[in-house]
Each structure stands twice: as structure tokens, then as C-alpha cells.
Write a protein of this length. Structure first.
Length: 209
């Protein structure tokens, strides 16, 4: 079973409180969701292996550590997942970026795929799938299923907030995927929104209604 990590770092919790606030502007929302993604990436990459390399400082030669050749890809679930990409790339500038487009049918709450473009060498990469919200879990489950068809080395999922229902559904569908959440909220309401949540992440990132 993949591990689940609920982030309890004070910086993440502080920034999440700003995200949740209805008075936070789209501009500030975009900035802060990227900052949270950057902080979460620090934790999600904790298990990257290192190798010894010889370098020379201004003082002397030494054996130092560098990441041991791991190829990474970040795949946002459109459209809200785009808001997390820059934060990940700030930490991993060499990562490739794929995109998966899904929308939720308002009647059935099931995901409908309309776009999928992944790096050609996805099979050689470790993948971090990002989406601010893990609500019903349907979009994350479907996106990860599509990526698995290309045979990546490993997949992790990263979100800012999750509902217990979505977390349970994702663990059941993809027990091999490690999940990183900024916070685990109370529940889903009758419309499939996370409570207390932060509203519609896509609308708040892009200023749409």
C-alpha cells in the first residue's frame, strides 16, 4: 500500500488558511498555491537517491552529493492542476511536463477525459500528478490510470486538500501510489465539493465563475 502523508508543516498550514479565505484574490491565490506546491515537492522528493560526485570548492576538492540520474515528470490535471506546476518546477527545473484534461460531469460526478499529452519518454520517468483538490477521487483515479498505460517507473499524487471519500477511493483504485496532501478535510457535500474546502480551485486560480 502506498503511503499517505498529510502535511503538517506550519508554512503549509498558514498558506492553506489564506487559500481558503473567500477574500483572497485570484492573483494571491495563484501565487500561494504555487508556493504550497513547492513546499510539498520538498517532501515528495525526500526519497530521491543520491550519488557521489567529485567537485572543487573555492577552498579544496571534495566528494559531494547529487541526485542519481532520476528523470522526473510533473503532470497537472487540467485545468486547476496548472496552478501547481510552477511550484514543482521551481524545485525541479529539469522535470518534463505532461497534461491531462478531465472535467467532472455535473450530473454523475464522473470524470470525462478530453486531452492527454505526456512526455515521449514517460516510461523512463517518475511522475508526480498534481491537482489542488482530491474530492471524489474520480479525476485523479482516471488520470493515473491513463499514465500507467505508458508504464512510468513510479507515480506520486500531490494535492493541497483532500476529502476522506476521495482519499479512500484513490487508495483503493491505486494502492501503489504515494499520496501527499496539504490537509485532510471533513467531508464532501451533496454537490461533490470539499467541506470546509476552498471553493472551486480552477475558478479561483483563473478568476472564472
Amino acid at each position: 500500500m502506498g503511503k499517505v502523508m498529510i502535511m503538517e508543516h506550519p508554512l503549509i498550514q498558514h498558506k492553506l488558511s489564506i487559500l481558503r479565505d473567500v477574500k483572497t484574490s485570484s492573483k494571491d491565490f495563484r501565487t500561494i498555491i504555487g508556493e504550497i506546491a513547492m513546499l510539498m515537492t520538498y517532501e515528495a522528493t525526500r526519497d530521491l537517491p543520491l550519488k557521489d560526485v567529485e567537485i572543487e570548492t573555492p577552498i579544496t576538492k571534495m566528494t559531494a552529493k547529487k541526485i542519481a540520474g532520476k528523470k522526473l515528470a510533473v503532470v497537472p490535471i487540467l485545468r486547476a492542476g496548472i496552478g501547481m506546476v510552477d511550484g514543482v518546477l521551481n524545485m525541479i527545473p529539469s522535470a518534463r511536463v505532461g497534461h491531462i484534461g478531465l472535467y467532472r460531469d455535473p450530473a454523475t460526478l464522473e470524470p470525462v477525459e478530453y486531452y492527454c499529452k505526456l512526455p515521449a519518454d514517460i516510461g523512463e520517468r517518475e511522475v508526480i500528478v498534481v491537482d489542488p483538490m482530491l474530492a471524489t477521487g474520480g479525476s485523479a483515479i482516471d488520470a493515473i490510470s491513463q499514465i500507467k498505460k505508458r508504464g512510468p517507473k513510479n507515480i506520486k499524487f500531490m494535492c493541497t486538500i483532500a476529502a476522506p471519500e476521495g482519499l479512500e477511493a484513490l487508495q483503493k483504485a491505486h494502492p501503489d501510489v504515494d499520496i501527499y496532501c496539504g490537509a485532510l478535510d471533513e467531508k464532501l457535500n451533496d454537490h461533490g465539493y470539499i467541506v470546509p474546502g476552498l471553493g472551486d480551485a480552477g475558478d479561483r486560480i483563473f478568476g472564472t465563475k
